[in-house]
Write a protein that binds this ligand. Sequence first.
Ligand code: FRU
Length: 324
Amino acid sequence: MRRQWFVILLGSLALVLGCSKPHAAPTPAPSASAPPAKTSYVIGVSQCNLGEPWRVQMNADLTQAAARHPNLRLILKDAQNDSLTQRAQVEELAGQGIDLLIISPKEAAPLTKPVADVYARGTPVIVLDRALEGEAYTSFIGADNRRIGREAGKFALAALGGKGNIVELEGLMTSSPGQDRHAGFLEGISLDKNPGIRLVFQADMQWLEPNARKEMESALAAQKSIELVYAHNDPGAHGAYLAAKAAGREQKMKFIGIDALPHEGVRYVKEGILDATFVYPTGGAEAVELALKVLGHEAAPKRITLGTRLYTKANVEAGGQAIE
Ligand code: FRU
């Protein structure tokens, strides 16, 4: 009887110790006495929405990369653009006993704690595209949005020849890409050095084309002269274009977007709808490759920064231009 209690006590102690130790990268290799490493894994994927083509592409990239590894199984959840739903889905995935979580969070604030809880229980977490607060995750993978914003600003400055009115249609400003694409753009157009450039209208279209179209209608009503629209994503730039076209003013302005999916932004550039778009890679394939390393107890970098490309009318047929 006493021996049984001793075993239970030891077991509980091991459990408590195991639970309270946050997962750290690199994960230590299992010792000789530890149970053999698992050979097949379940990865939970928490996607903030599937209403936008870019996110559909991210899931396709994840699925395609995972299909190359028969020992991986993905469980995909779509939070339908609602942070509370995403929070519940993160908890649900963790409850299902996943081996690793990949999350592309809608917003930082409401998702930081639930993800940190999963990580603290020992499940590795890869954050994709939009950032969380703090560092309670294994790795972050995404492009440098501030850099992309800055390049967009420089392109705008050159396209306007230093003179003109700009409308900025922002992505959700409670998400890191919106904040960074805005800050970078301001650096790129450096208003203090270019008195001929004016930012005449700014609105948060929350990444959504219908919102961008409505906001652009307000901008057109308020401003007689608009020379350029910078939208934080291609759906936003397209929505703005449609509003300008409906007002018969689209020929008078230039449109810049971000994402550059082949069947979306790049096509718009080919069709003369957008003047420029910057590639925003989904990171789906990179996330699966990194997940395999983490699950195999290899060292994981805290941050992987992906590159971008610029597509314009001049270079689109040649496949765009790398931004060094
Ligand atoms: C899709 C999207 C993309 C954008 C990214 C930023 O939800 O809005 O268009 O580049 O999210 O996180």
